[in-house]
Design a protein around this ligand. Sequence first.
Ligand code: ZN
Length: 125
Amino acid sequence: MIDIPAESDVGEGDVRDNPDVEMPLVLINPKVAGHTDDVQIGQEGCLSFPDIFAAVDRWYEIDAEYTDLEGNPQTLHAKGLLARAVQHEIDHLDGILLVDRMSHVKKVALSGKLKRLSKKTKMEL
Ligand SMILES: [Zn+2]
């Protein structure tokens, strides 16, 4: 599920990137069906890793296929932050996490923070 506020769905010149997409957006078994060649590097965070942000390359525009809550096949054209969010969530479904997308240098720089987070998470189980 993705819920991007309208004020965050803006690209160049403060124009909405995805004005026709209703939020929150529920995508069941989403897949990237196509994408433009443009890759954009952007800071990404993840609820699984509080307070950790890393630069990740993502396709700027994608076409996604998914099933909606009524069980109907749907397609979505997304750009900017929404395209990034869809790719991030598909990564989760494929078992790929933000830390897997980080550069080695970034991972080393964050290793103390990641170790503390891992320790804290294990203690709370
Ligand atoms: Zn995430």
